[in-house]
Design a protein around this ligand. Structure first.
Ligand SMILES: *Cc1c(COP(=O)(O)O)cnc(C)c1O
Length: 368
């Protein structure tokens, strides 16, 4: 909490606008557009919703293929499966755990429509290469930047590089409003349809701007916008987005220094951030030496009231992933890394003493 959340919620209530697209939503839109350089930002009720909008906007049809990592959250795939498309899972890079750009071209078929890079832990995918592949093959790029708010690649904000991008403001992310997200439209040709799809398929936004004298059903859409109370909460967070990021980065750096000796001893590997990526300290994870029993480490931490977790169960190995998706190649790195990974506690207000204790416990659990 930044301290202003309830103040803005009260203002929203006093202003008598509780539905979506009121003054706080507009402030949030402008903030996102100015801080990312995106042509148009639209708040949604989740990043999941923003991803679903991208599938509608790109007119994804049954049988179309969409290239994405298997090592991601389910929403990346669901958004396209809902339109009857087939997620084609490509392996990840050993260093960043992001979609391996060197494997994308071999996975392209005549049915491929889009590439969905996921910026894991707020560390950018190799976007120059991915955009170049997309251009050469006539594909669209949708950035799943759920974890990428306030992070950048070669100085460009994540979410603003592909044709479309999706942010999450879920309470587990860096900048939050409970449940919330945003669609970033970077291709001006898609901006008007994005508004229509988000407003139940109507041109209601154009009507409120006075551009048409009545609003009507234009195409298939749904209700993707959050109410003003959510936007008011988010506005308090966006105003402090830089200080939130700075505090998280300080905690990230402290973990990184404390864990250097464990890496030297071969107990684990620390995160790797390429020079061209400015990350946002969304998470601090370690990759345990494969000889170490991860479950033992996690339960030892839990017994000491440290809530460390693993993820993801790769989508290609899940029941729905097997049913709706297709793995391209053996996905060796995905399988290996997902079994070694542990996320350490990370939040604004985490103290150095708490971090020292967590690392001591980790050292004990991995060497006993
Ligand atoms: C959190 C997350 C989502 C979903 O975000 P919601 O706002 O909860 O819908 C999608 N993709 C990735 C990579 C995420 O981390």
């Amino acid at each position: 909490m930044t301290g202003q959340e309830f103040h803005y919620i009260e203002q929203a209530k006093l202003g008598n606008v509780l539905a979506g697209d009121g003054p706080f939503t507009k402030k949030c839109h402008r903030w996102i557009e100015e801080s990312t350089g995106s042509v148009k930002a639209l708040l949604t009720h989740s990043c999941t919703a923003a991803l679903e909008m991208t599938a509608l906007l790109l007119d994804i049809q049954p049988g179309d293929e969409v290239i994405m990592p298997s090592y991601t959250f389910v929403s990346t795939a669901n958004a396209f499966v809902l339109r009857g498309a087939v997620p084609v899972f490509v392996d990840i890079r050993e260093d960043t755990l992001n979609l391996d750009e060197r494997l994308i071209e071999a996975a392209i078929s005549p049915r491929t429509r889009a590439i969905v890079p996921v910026h894991y832990a707020g560390v950018a995918c190799e976007m120059d290469t991915i955009m170049d592949i997309a251009r050469r093959h006539g594909l669209k790029v949708v950035e799943d930047a759920a974890q990428g708010v306030m992070a950048s690649y070669k100085g460009q904000a994540l979410g603003s590089i592909g044709d479309l991008g999706a942010f999450s403001f879920h309470e587990t992310k860096n900048v939050i409003c409970g449940e919330g997200g945003a669609l970033l439209v970077n291709n001006a040709d898609l901006a008007l349809r994005a508004e229509i799809i988000r407003e139940k398929g109507t041109d209601r936004s154009r009507f409120f701007r006075g551009e048409v004298d009545k609003y009507t059903w234009q195409e298939v859409g749904s209700s993707f916008l959050p109410g003003e109370l959510t936007a008011a909460f988010l506005w308090a967070q966006l105003q402090e987005a830089q200080s939130i990021t700075d505090l998280r980065l300080a905690s990230w750096q402290h973990y990184h220094e404390l864990l250097a000796p464990l890496e030297q001893k071969g107990i684990l590997r620390r995160p790797i951030v390429p020079d061209e990526c400015q990350h946002n300290a969304h998470m601090y994870y370690v990759l345990l030496n494969p000889e170490i029993d991860r479950q033992h480490v996690l339960s030892t931490l839990k017994q000491n009231a440290v809530d460390a977790v693993f993820h993801y169960v790769p989508l290609h190995s899940s029941p729905a992933g097997l049913r709706y998706g297709r793995a391209h190649g053996p996905l060796t790195i995905t399988n290996q890394q997902s079994e070694r990974l542990i996320r350490l506690p990370m939040w604004v207000g985490l103290t150095e003493q708490q971090q020292n204790k967590i690392v001591d416990l980790l050292l004990n659990a991995t060497t006993n």
